[in-house]
Design a binder for this molecule. Structure first.
Ligand SMILES: Cc1cc2nc3c(=O)[nH]c(=O)nc-3n(C[C@H](O)[C@H](O)[C@H](O)COP(=O)(O)O)c2cc1C
Length: 153
């Protein structure tokens, strides 16, 4: 059964390598490793989705067969590059919303206020105050303007 799951978590990207290589560089290294693994594994598992993040939060949407989504989630939950994984929504889906992305990503910045306002998010991203539907709508909006890393053509 095609299923869409939405969760948020606390971003700890770069935490391990912060002293050695500078937080920002370590964050980018971590992010690239996550996206490379996602591309590789999600294609095999038939999982598509979006990863939205800022320096504090991740919001991720995973869509695919229920077993496949659950298997990816179990792996993600064990990852020390984030914690406090909190499921916002999980339900059967009629069709994929992110069929073009094994795992598209977008980084949100402080000056994305207009985008947040469009989605009733306020001035700062705080997924604890968002519904799963709001998170999906935000990701769909970002996807329309082009998430990173499309499914290879
Ligand atoms: C916020 C976040 C999102 C992630 N998303 C995915 C994902 O969609 N697919 C995936 O396979 N791994 C994802 N990962 C990475 C996994 O936790 C894990 O490191 C990876 O799947 C291991 O892959 P490998 O065994 O092929 O190296 C994510 C990690 C984090 C911190």
């Amino acid at each position: 059964m095609l299923t869409r799951l939405v969760y948020h978590s606390e971003n700890h990207l770069g935490a391990k390598g912060a002293i050695a290589s500078g937080t920002k560089v370590a964050m980018i290294d971590d992010l690239n490793a996550i996206l490379a693994a996602s591309q590789r594994n999600n294609e095999k598992a038939g999982v598509t989705g979006a990863l939205i993040f800022d320096t504090v939060w991740f919001i991720q949407i995973l869509e695919g067969e229920r077993e496949a989504v659950s298997a990816v989630l179990r792996r993600i939950m064990a990852d020390e590059r984030h914690d406090e994984v909190t499921v916002m929504d999980c339900r059967p889906a009629e069709a994929r919303l992110f069929g073009n992305w094994w795992m598209g990503f977008a980084m949100l910045r402080g000056d994305d206020g207009a985008l947040f306002a469009r989605h009733g998010i306020g001035t700062r991203l705080d997924p604890r105050r968002m519904s799963g539907d709001q998170a999906v709508a935000l990701a769909v909006d970002l996807a329309a303007s082009g998430l990173g890393r499309k499914v290879a053509a």
